[in-house]
Every structure is written in structure tokens, then in C-alpha cells.
Design a binder for this molecule. Structure first.
Ligand SMILES: Nc1ncnc2c1ncn2[C@@H]1O[C@H](COP(=O)(O)OP(=O)(O)O)[C@@H](O)[C@H]1O
Ligand SMILES: [Mg+2]
Length: 431
């Protein structure tokens, strides 16, 4: 089978690593890919906003499975487009991602909140507002206690949520979101929600429209500095599994969240296919949904996939062809710790083009180096953005996995390299 993987980050490097070498794979293409994915397949340049060009490529290379790594093409409707075109042509093409309708779970915060309320899925109380509704918004804010959570309805590359600490700040933020100053069109509608106090984690599930299964739990670290200080980033590291996501907690996640989510989508005529990433808050032992994402996470993938023993190609193909009932997910029971090495200054101004020195990735020692923002210039590996490289190690527990990832991180050098030194330490309390 020939596969086309879409994306260019550490997540896609992890996908490429796990797809490569699977029985049944003929060729793997990655668009646009990065120097890491090039080790496992052929990087190709396609305009991912031009679905007809993507489809033409699929036909030319006889692709039978498209794997969208990030949310942008999914929310823009790539699954429906490719499926429909292929059907018209009698061409067999699967997509391991959700329909346009289901992708709204990530594409619109309001849509996802409405869905959760329709199906009594535990989540924070909310109301949504657009410009000119300041009086209504103030009335709603008065029913909450600070801090207040304000979310741009549309896609904002993980930066559309602002937590404000006073009533006045909430009103000002709402105004600059709805007048489009802050996040452009994504902020035209704003969801204001109750602040949930607890510890966050994510649970990943896979579904083929008929059946679904839990893949794994993970915890990511979003702030740039230790102790969750500083600005939000794309993610500074991740741990999988999460020690407090024990059997009892996961049973609650399944019965209160995953079953009503997958069954609810089915009942509304939109069975879900692909990876479902459920962002959760553990509030005193009870899971509440913070958000849905309709794909794997980055950096969570770099922590989860190294644990995966089931051939990834089998999972991807099963999701796209209603075959999940024949798959059993086999995960390494050890802990994975993934740490991101970023360019100094990130998530603000950074310098690109710094020369990177890497040791060899050592999968035989259960250690991996994932490229995110790197580029090859005349054979020399250089930094090409904020999040440069993720290192992952397996260990017998969090401490051991962290020691190994830290030691690998220390063997990688580039000017102004920065990483958090406290990834996973908050979880030691639960072990
Ligand atoms: N209701 C809430 N209570 C407390 N914190 C929240 C709440 N909603 C979101 N957050 C915080 O804001 C972050 C971003 O919100 P999220 O809905 O995941 O949006 P996105 O990932 O699209 O930016 C979450 O990871 C969480 O830390
Ligand atoms: Mg989030």
C-alpha cells in the first residue's frame, strides 16, 4: 500500500517512523515533511489547501491511504473531498481522519460545547457571544467567579484561549476578540466558560465509525518556562501514560465521555473516523472535557507512538475501512518522556539557521530524536523555527525515562538551545 502523510512536525516524524517498516507498506510520501521524515519516505511539496492537487497526486502515485497529521486540512474538509472524488472515479482511497462535520469538534469551540451539552458530557458551563453582546456577556460573567476563560470560537493555532483574572480584563479581552483585533475572524464569536480547577491530561481514542478504542493517555506541558510560567507554546514535552489516569479514572472517561461522544456522533448521523484527542481536566477525580481535537497531538504523539507495538499501518487502515474490531492495541507498559528543544526566545522572536549537532537516534536503546523545525542546507542540519527537536526515551518509570531523555537532550547542540527541566515532575506525586 502507498501512503500519503500530511504535515511537517515532530508528530509527523513519529508517524513516519512507525509507518516505515510496517508489513504491507510499499511507498510512504510525506508532504511537506522535514529532514526527519525523509529518512522514512519521500518528502513531496504539495499545496495542502488545494485538495484537487492532493487528489491528483494520490491518483498519480496510486495512494490508498491519506493520513492528515494536523487539524487544518481536516477542518477544511479534506476527508469528505478525497472520499467523494475517489468514489466518483471508482478509485480506492481511504482517509484516516474525520468528516468535515465531525472536524467541527475542533474547528469551532461553540460547536463542541453545544455537542457536549446535547449529550450530557461533563464540561465547564459556558455561553457564547459576538460583537454587540457586551451587556449579555456581562450578565453571564456575573454568574461566574474569576478567573474567566475566554475562547476564540475558530481555529487559532492553539493560541486562542485567554484566561483573565478580573471582570474588567474579561470585558476588555472579549471586546478585542470580537472586534477581530486579537485573533482575526477566529475571534468573531467567543465562548466564555467557567474555570475548572484541577490537573490536565489528554486521552486519545481511535474510531472507525462503528467501533472505537482507547489508544493512550498523555500529559503535555504548554508553557515555555518551568513551573508552567510564561507564554503558551505548541508544547514543550509530554509524558505517557499519565499515572493518575488509572483504571478507575479511565472507566469514568469511557463511560461519561468517550461512549457518549462516539455514540452521540453516530446518533446524529456523523460516525467518527480517525484519532480523537480529548483534552480533560481531572477535577477531584472526575474528568471534564476542556476540548476535543480531531487528530493526534504534538508533542503527545512523540511520547505515545514510541510505546505503540501494534503496527501503525494496521490501525490507520482499520480506521479508514471500518476494521478496528480486528485490531488490538498493544502498548509498551513503560513510561515515555518526550522533551522539546526549542530556539531561545520562542514563542517570541527567534533566530533560525543555527547549526544543529545530533547524536545518532538510538531506537535499539528505546531512545528517539524527532525533527520538528529543522532544515537541511547543503547537507548541514539547521534550526528552522521555534520547536526544533523532540527527544523521547522509554524508562521503567517517569524518573528513569526523564533521566534518559535529559541525557539525550544534552548530547544535542545548537546556539540558544532551550528546554524545560521540569517536564513530568508534577506527576511524580501520583506514582
Ligand atoms: N474551563 C477551563 N478551565 C480551566 N482551564 C481551562 C479551561 N478551558 C481551557 N483551559 C486552559 O486553557 C488551555 C487551552 O484551552 P483549549 O480549550 O485546550 O484550547 P486550545 O488548545 O485550542 O488553545 C487548556 O489547555 C487549559 O489549560
Ligand atoms: Mg488545547
Amino acid at each position: 500500500m502507498n501512503i500519503l502523510l500530511l504535515g511537517s512536525g515532530g508528530r509527523e516524524h513519529a508517524f513516519a517512523l512507525k509507518i516505515h517498516g510496517c508489513i504491507g507498506l510499499e511507498s510512504l510520501y510525506i508532504s511537506p515533511g522535514n529532514p526527519g521524515t525523509a529518512e522514512f519516505g519521500t518528502n513531496v511539496t504539495l499545496d495542502l489547501t488545494d485538495f484537487s492537487a492532493v487528489y491528483a497526486f494520490c491518483k498519480e502515485k496510486n495512494i490508498s491511504l491519506v493520513v492528515p497529521g494536523n487539524e487544518v486540512p481536516l477542518v477544511a474538509g479534506i476527508t469528505d473531498y478525497l472520499t467523494l472524488e475517489a468514489k466518483k472515479d471508482g478509485f480506492t482511497l481511504g482517509v484516516s481522519g474525520p468528516s468535515t462535520w465531525c472536524a467541527q469538534l475542533e474547528g469551532s469551540k461553540e460547536f463542541s460545547k453545544e455537542f457536549m451539552f446535547r449529550h450530557a458530557i461533563p464540561t465547564a458551563r459556558y455561553a457564547s457571544f459576538c460583537q454587540g453582546q457586551m451587556d449579555e456577556a456581562k450578565l453571564f460573567l456575573h454568574t461566574l467567579t474569576p478567573p474567566y476563560v475566554l475562547k476564540a470560537d475558530g481555529l487559532a493555532a492553539g493560541k486562542g484561549v485567554i484566561i483573565t483574572h478580573s471582570f474588567q480584563e474579561a470585558c476588555e479581552t472579549l471586546e478585542s476578540m470580537t472586534n477581530l483585533t486579537l485573533f482575526g475572524k477566529a475571534g468573531a464569536r467567543v465562548v466564555i466558560e467557567e474555570f475548572l480547577q484541577g490537573i490536565e491530561l489528554s486521552v486519545f481514542a481511535i474510531s472507525d465509525g462503528d467501533t472505537w478504542q482507547v489508544l493512550a493517555s498523555a500529559k503535555d506541558y504548554k508553557r515555555i518556562f518551568d513551573n508552567d510560567l510564561g507564554l503558551n507554546t505548541g508544547g514543550m514535552g509530554a509524558i505517557s501514560p499519565v499515572p493518575f489516569a488509572d483504571k478507575e479514572f479511565m472507566e469514568k472517561v469511557k463511560s461519561r465521555i468517550l461512549i457518549p461522544s462516539f455514540e452521540g456522533l453516530k446518533a446524529e448521523g456523523h460516525p467518527y473516523t480517525g484519532f480523537l484527542f480529548v483534552g480533560l481536566m481531572n477535577v477531584g477525580g472526575d474528568p471534564f472535557v476542556i476540548e476535543y481535537n480531531v487528530r493526534m497531538g504534538d508533542p503527545e504523539t512523540e511520547a505515545i507512538f514510541p510505546r505503540l507495538k501494534t503496527p501503525l499501518i494496521d490501525i490507520l487502515y482499520a480506521m479508514a475501512s471500518r476494521g478496528l474490531n480486528t485490531i488490538s492495541i498493544d502498548l509498551d507498559s513503560r513510561t515515555a518522556a518526550s522533551i522539546f528543544l526549542v530556539s531561545g526566545g520562542y514563542p517570541g522572536e527567534i533566530c533560525k539557521g543555527e547549526v544543529i549537532t545530533l547524536p545518532r537516534s538510538l531506537p535499539e536503546k528505546d531512545q528517539w530524536i524527532f525533527h520538528a523545525s529543522t532544515t537541511l542546507e547543503k547537507g548541514i542540519l539547521k534550526t528552522n523555527g521555534g520547536r526544533v527537536i523532540a527527544v523521547t526515551s522509554l524508562g521503567k518509570d517517569i524518573k528513569h525515562a526523564l533521566e534518559r531523555s535529559n541525557s539525550l537532550a544534552n548530547q544535542i547542540s545548537f546556539n540558544n538551545k532551550f528546554n524545560r527541566t521540569d517536564i513530568g515532575l508534577d506527576l511524580l506525586y501520583f506514582t
